[in-house]
Design a protein around this ligand. Structure first.
Ligand SMILES: NC(=O)c1ccc[n+]([C@@H]2O[C@H](COP(=O)([O-])OP(=O)(O)OC[C@H]3O[C@@H](n4cnc5c(N)ncnc54)[C@H](O)[C@@H]3O)[C@@H](O)[C@H]2O)c1
Length: 449
């Protein structure tokens, strides 16, 4: 089967490589010339474990080709996937659909024959129908159908997620003449390696598929936020958040995932998708106070992460230096979109602290987004050098190799603030270090205070 993927970002690259591995012949269209040149040279513009090898392999066997023009990409395609960005519109929280609609217009202008147009980007309810309206208005002669196939991959484990998904959601245009039959056939063929009892292809209406993606992300964002709030409550009451988390996660109605407390969710999906869902819900006359509170609680949490550090440092009339380990929104990605570091670091910097930071893969992206004057260290111990306090903001595995005695030798002060619980099993006290983490009662306070 021949398909075209439009957009060479996380989703477009991973989907292209994996669908090629499933046996499809994929043309990937990327309009950013620098990104395309890099891809042509075999350089992957994002950090995603395993992606470079898979793309290279699929290009070598000729199942994946790259180009810059939608017209060229569509020449022999039976289906075209729209995988461009849908960022939050500044100020309003609406999903910015300008890239999606621009692609719809280009497809209409260039499509040579009968075509299935599939939206893979995360788009609000009604977008598939609007894509259909745009194409139809520009090309009334063209036979085409639309479908929705939202993507659920997680950055950092995107290949595994795509290859072994819990489910593949496929929204069909049940109001069309063929009631979505052709789209169903084509997508069943495309996803044939996954069509076994453990991985269900879940067919539904267009609108349901579009909303499913937002509902899933909003639910997970709420779960993370709830876990964070419960961890704060544990701290305040002397309960142990590990014990509480483990115990509630044993209930199959709750489950253990997404209960680890942290500095607040970030990334390219949860923040913008919760905002877009809240806007959609209000517009539809069915507002979601739960989702709106989740957004507000998460934003406040990121600010509180900075305030905690300032409180721990105490007297700020003397110059203070803080090390930050981890800048990306989570480990195993170089994605800085909506990362907690983008809230925490500017607040610390404005408070007059000297900052020394390190991230295994996010330094380049972070440099462009953080205040000038922050020192970007060569490695974690270089970041720790001479600091009063050290913070773990992202749970990179490489930080597990750092020992308390190395920290004690590098740092000037004694305070370790671990916002990911990465070092929770370390013994810091014998090195004279004071370890703080979310969900544990403040170790500097005496019982009863
Ligand atoms: N990143 C994730 O983990 C993830 C997971 C699931 C779903 N999604 C959704 O998938 C969509 C894409 O996300 P992403 O992170 O891959 O976006 P991205 O911004 O990283 O990549 C989009 C790419 O599309 C290209 N592009 C834009 N317009 C184009 C055009 N007209 N022709 C060709 N290329 C064009 C851009 O240059 C860019 O390289 C979004 O809606 C997002 O919400 C993302």
């Amino acid at each position: 089967m021949k398909i075209t993927m439009i957009g060479g970002g996380y989703v477009g690259l991973v989907s292209s490589a994996c669908l090629a591995a499933f046996g499809a012949t994929v043309t990937l269209v990327e309009k950013d010339p620098q990104r395309l040149d890099a891809l042509q040279r075999g350089e992957i513009p994002i950090y995603e474990p395993g992606l470079d090898a898979l793309l290279c392999e699929q290009r070598a066997v000729g199942r994946l080709v790259l180009c810059s023009s939608i017209a060229q990409g569509l020449k022999e395609a039976e289906a075209v996937f729209i995988a461009v960005g849908t960022p939050a519109r500044r100020g309003s929280g609406h999903a910015d659909l300008s890239y999606v609609y621009a692609v719809a217009r280009e497809i209409a202008e260039a499509a040579p024959h009968n075509l299935l147009i599939v939206t893979k980007s995360t788009v609000p309810v009604g977008t598939g129908r609007e894509v259909s309206r745009i194409v139809n208005s520009l090309r009334p002669d063209l036979h085409f159908s639309v479908a929705s196939n939202p993507e659920f991959l997680r950055e950092g484990q995107a290949i595994a997620d795509f290859m072994n998904p819990d489910r593949v959601i496929i929204g069909l245009d049940q109001k069309s003449d063929d009631k979505g039959t052709r789209a169903r056939e084509l997508l069943t063929t495309l996803y044939h390696p996954l069509n076994h009892p453990e991985t269900r292809l879940v067919f539904m209406g267009l609108e349901s598929a579009e909303l499913t993606k937002y509902a899933a992300n909003a639910f997970l964002a709420m779960k993370v936020t709830f876990a964070n709030e419960m961890a704060d409550l544990c701290e305040a009451t002397g309960a142990d958040s590990d014990e509480v988390r483990h115990a509630i996660g044993l209930d199959p109605r709750i489950g253990p995932d997404f209960l680890i407390p942290g500095p607040g969710f970030g990334g390219s999906c949860f923040p913008k998708d919760t905002q877009a869902l809240a806007v959609t819900a209000r517009k539809a006359g069915a507002p979601s106070p739960l989702v709106e509170t989740t957004i507000a609680s998460n934003e406040a949490r990121k600010r509180r992460m900075a305030e905690r550090i300032l409180t721990l440092l105490g007297d700020l009339t003397h110059p203070r230096t803080v090390a930050i380990l981890g800048l990306t929104f989570k480990a195993n990605t170089d994605d800085m979109r909506q990362a907690p570091s983008l809230t925490v670091l500017p607040l610390l910097y404005e408070a007059g602290l000297t900052l020394r930071v390190y991230d295994p893969h996010g330094m380049e992206q972070a440099r462009a987004l953080l205040p000038d004057g922050i020192y970007f260290a060569r490695n974690a111990l270089d970041a720790a050098q001479g600091t009063d306090l050290l913070v773990i903001l992202t749970e990179w595995e490489e930080f597990l190799h750092i020992t308390p005695s190395e920290l004690q030798k590098s740092m000037k002060g004694r305070l370790i603030v671990d916002y990911r619980g990465l070092w929770k099993n370390r013994e810091f006290a014998s090195c004279g270090l004071v370890y703080h983490r979310i969900g544990k009662k403040d170790q500097t306070k005496k019982e009863g205070t």
